[in-house]
Design a protein around this ligand. Structure first.
Ligand code: GDP
Ligand code: IMO
Ligand code: MG
Length: 417
């Protein structure tokens, strides 16, 4: 059965590690949204791989496909591809010809957008040009990978892009769009990667009866429509975007992945956020530093209310919990089970976006006692009782089985039930 690994929180749940772990049994690993705002760190036998665009299946030599829902920064892609080529023999990476490109002016606009917002309204984007690139896609202006075959096609699009954006760039004292330079850069990029570019129909045909693993980027609470808008990313991160963003219409099972606590990088609501020593302790022990921007990630207790919501919107069939080892030896571990004593069913996430108005004081918490150290991570049965209680409580709350338990960054620190 095909599978999709989807983040259920605000990103950085450990998708990269689990996609690498699971990819052994799959033929093709596919990204369907986002860009190099994503940062996936995978550690295999003490080797660290940092991936932003290329799916983590690349580490096992699996074929990887970047679908049309991805936005691709040519410079970034080429650098990342070269870095992975130094570590992996002949990595197999394919790019949909229908991918929209991120150009320099998108990054300039990303920074301008943020600069005009008051401090409490700033999104805290990764400044990678993601929002403006998706704006151009929706606005039917994008330069697509397939355009790079023709100087004329690039030039024609760039002329109207320039007309539209130069007045804005100029008014913010930013450099204007340099058509000649952009064309030269794109043509040289095309020369370097043209062998990797494929039409969707080819991938569809080649992988018709093969096993496909979809790799989510970001998390459900950063979804453009379902997340904590406007503090979201500019793509649909949830599983229902797979058909659109991959152009592969296949059935799959959704594996929802979440950390044993919650983190968020960037601004926006975070009801169970900790502003105390415990939050700092978790950040340090969990090495909670953004891969892309090196910002410290905000940390808090596990929030089951929003987790339940994320499971629902992604039609999650099984769960993976990561990083419970980070909570080892904490005297008490808490999980948020309701907001203001309201049951999940009573909260209308989409209408009022309840997350925006909540803080730690509004949460009702279940408290668990320390499970100390984990000495044996061979199987679930031999884990400390208090950790087993923690995991079982979450399963009972969500009514979805936790099938994968990750207790360290390495492949062999993973329990399958
Ligand atoms: P992603 O964006 O969802 O792929 O997650 P990131 O790679 O940004 O962040 C997850 C971090 O936690 C990475 O540095 C992983 O190596 C690490 N990690 C993954 N699973 C575990 C785990 O179970 N325990 C610990 N301690 N670290 C983990
Ligand atoms: P992975 O795949 C965590 C956050 C940014 C910001 C918001 C919008 O590693 O889980 P953007 O640059 O996308 O317009 O920024 O989204 N963000 C992420 N946070 N993990 C990510 O990806 C993220 N990608 C974007 O910090 O708050
Ligand atoms: Mg990440």
């Amino acid at each position: 059965m095909n599978k999709a690994v989807i983040g259920l929180q605000w990103g950085d749940e450990g998708k990269g590690k689990i996609v690498d772990f699971l990819s052994e049994d799959f033929d093709l690993v596919v990204r369907y949204q986002g860009g190099n705002n994503a940062g996936h760190t995978v550690i295999v036998n003490n080797n660290t791989y940092k991936l932003n665009l290329i799916p983590s299946g690349v580490i096992r030599g699996k074929k990887c496909f970047l679908g049309q829902g991805v936005v691709l920064d040519p410079n970034h892609f080429y650098t990342e591809y070269n870095q992975i080529r130094k570590k992996i023999d002949n990595p197999k990476v394919y790019l949909s010809s229908n991918i929209s490109l991120i150009l320099n002016y998108h990054k300039q606009l990303d920074i301008i957008n943020e600069s005009i917002l008051n401090s409490e309204k700033k999104i805290g984007t990764t400044s990678k040009g993601i929002g403006p690139a998706y704006q151009d896609k929706v606005g039917r202006k994008s330069i697509k990978l397939y355009d790079l075959k023709s100087r004329y096609a690039i030039e024609e699009k760039l002329h109207s892009i320039k007309k539209f954006y130069d007045p804005i760039l100029e008014s913010f004292n930013e450099s204007k769009i340099n058509i000649e330079q952009t064309i030269e850069d794109l043509l040289s990029f095309y020369d370097l990667v043209k062998e990797l570019i494929v039409d969707n129909s080819l991938i569809k045909k080649e992988y018709k009866n093969k096993k496909i693993l979809f790799e989510g980027a970001q998390g459900a609470l950063l979804d453009l429509d379902h997340g904590s808008y406007p503090f979201v990313t500019s793509s649909n991160t949830i599983s229902s975007n797979i058909d659109i963003g991959s152009a592969l219409q296949v059935d799959y099972k959704t594996v929802g992945i979440f950390k044993a606590y919650t983190t968020r990088v960037g601004n926006g609501p975070f009801p169970s956020e900790l502003f105390n020593d415990i939050g700092d302790y978790i950040a340090e022990k969990g090495v909670e530093i953004g891969t892309v921007t090196k910002r410290k990630r905000r940390c808090g207790w596990l929030d089951l209310v929003s987790l339940k919501y994320s499971c629902e919107i992604n039609r999650v069939k099984e769960l993976c919990i990561t990083k419970a080892d980070v909570l080892n030896n904490l005297e008490e571990i808490k999980v948020c089970k309701s907001y203001n004593s309201k049951k999940y069913e009573d909260i209308n996430f989409s209408e009022s976006n309840i997350l925006n108005s909540l803080s730690l004081d509004d949460g009702d918490f279940e408290v668990f006692q320390s499970w100390g150290e984990i000495n044996d991570l061979d199987k679930f049965e031999t884990l400390p009782n208090n950790l087993k209680n923690y995991i079982t409580y979450i399963e009972d709350y969500l009514k979805i089985p936790i099938k994968i338990i990750s207790l360290g960054p390495e492949r062999n620190q993973t329990i399958i039930r």
